[in-house]
Write a protein that binds this ligand. Structure first.
Ligand SMILES: Cc1ncc(COP(=O)(O)O)c(C=O)c1O
Length: 367
């Protein structure tokens, strides 16, 4: 074998399988129904779009690097201390910055088996070792996670609710997880879908952040606020962790359009209520339709569901994916998450959900 002559990345980087996002195009289909990336069904708030447009003549200016106005607004809305909020280019950036700051070669990063893939990918990218704890009924298992906390554990990531399973841990379970994690280990609670959850025992994580020095809550404008294309997320942190993130982040890591649109979106509580009401109606509706078609699914509290298909070739998730795709409907295959019998389907508009239901009915009827 010829030795490579060019630069060689750090150990582990070339072992990384890059994150593969959901498909957005189908050749020959002008407007596919896009249910592959958990984007909001209703699109952005008109006020956010107007704020974005109004900025066009100013984009030669650097953004205000501390995102102060945005942090103040988030602080007011969520009753949080703005000095402990750090904004990022999506919560993905904040996940990466946390990993870069707190984990490295020889360290372990713990997550639950079917947790969001950016945790193991991000861990590998800093040379750390991702450790997956098994789940119970596609739900994070606090005991299994705690059993895997060891001397090398530096971080624990939990998506709550979790993508792609849609399941969640109640506040008590989350507190139990935190109680078992040593104070030197960062517990990152990723609440990307928090606004969709309508369960009394759910808490997005801020209360735990307030009680501890090692808990971070991550939030995003990509999901219910429908600004995924702009890249805006935020972390609520203990002061020392906010200080660390502010040291490692780029000075202008959040763009001016993202800040302006985010601010307007946060202010548009009517749009937020519409998006929530839409999901409250269509997610259970679609879940019931899937159950009626004989497709088992775990109850989801997010804006997506995860039906399980049969094992036989021709009736399996692969065949369902291809059938839907042939009808212009994009869903997400779950092999990368260790769930090859499942498809993840985002809640779209009412018309889209009726179409995907009818198409799945056709698929199931012909098997
Ligand atoms: C659990 C979870 N965390 C974080 C993200 C990343 O979101 P953002 O667009 O803010 O980077 C996603 C997006 O799919 C997600 O599902």
């Amino acid at each position: 074998m010829v030795a490579p002559t060019g630069p060689i990345p750090r150990p582990g980087i070339l072992d990384l399988a890059p994150y593969v996002g959901g498909e957005s195009k189908i050749a020959g289909v002008e407007r596919p129904i896009r249910l592959a990336s958990n984007e909001s069904a209703l699109g952005p708030s008109p006020k956010a779009m107007a704020a974005y447009m109004a900025l066009a003549s100013d984009i030669h200016r650097y953004p205000e690097g501390s995102a102060e106005v945005m942090r103040q607004a988030i602080g007011e809305r969520h009753r949080l201390d703005p000095t402990r909020i750090v904004c990022g280019a999506g919560s993905d950036e904040l996940i990466a910055l946390l990993l870069r700051s707190y984990a490295g070669p020889g360290d372990e990063v713990l997550y639950s088996r079917h947790g969001f893939l950016m945790y193991p990918i991000g861990a590998l990218s800093v040379g750390a070792t991702p450790v997956a704890a098994p789940e119970r009924a596609l739900t994070a298992d606090v005991d299994a996670l705690l059993a895997r906390v060891g001397p090398r554990t530096r971080m624990v990531f939990i998506a709550n609710p979790n993508n792609p399973t849609g399941t969640y841990l109640g506040a008590e379970q989350l507190a139990r997880l935190h109680a078992g994690v040593p104070p030197s280990v960062v517990l990152a609670i990723d609440a990307a879908y928090a606004e969709f959850v309508n369960r009394n025992d759910y808490e997005a994580g801020a209360a735990l952040v307030d009680r501890a020095d090692n808990v971070v809550m991550l939030r995003t404008f990509s999901k219910i606020y429908a600004l995924a294309g702009l890249r805006l997320g935020w972390a609520y942190c203990p002061p020392a962790i906010a200080d660390v993130l502010n040291r490692v982040r780029g000075p202008f890591n959040v763009s001016t359009p993202a800040l302006a649109a985010g601010l307007a979106a946060l202010d548009d509580t009517a749009a937020l209520a519409r998006a929530r009401a839409h999901n409250d109606h269509w997610q259970p509706w679609f879940s019931d339709q899937l159950a009626a078609l004989g497709l088992p699914l775990t109850p989801s509290v997010g804006n997506f569901v995860l039906p399980r298909f049969a094992d036989e070739p021709g009736s399996d998730a692969e065949a369902a994916f291809a059938f839907l795709r042939s009808r212009g409907i994009l869903t997400r295959k779950m092999g990368g998450y260790g769930l090859p019998q499942h498809l993840r389907i985002t809640i779209g508009t009412g018309k889209e959900m009726e179409k995907v239901t009818a198409t799945l009915g056709e698929f199931m009827g012909t098997r």
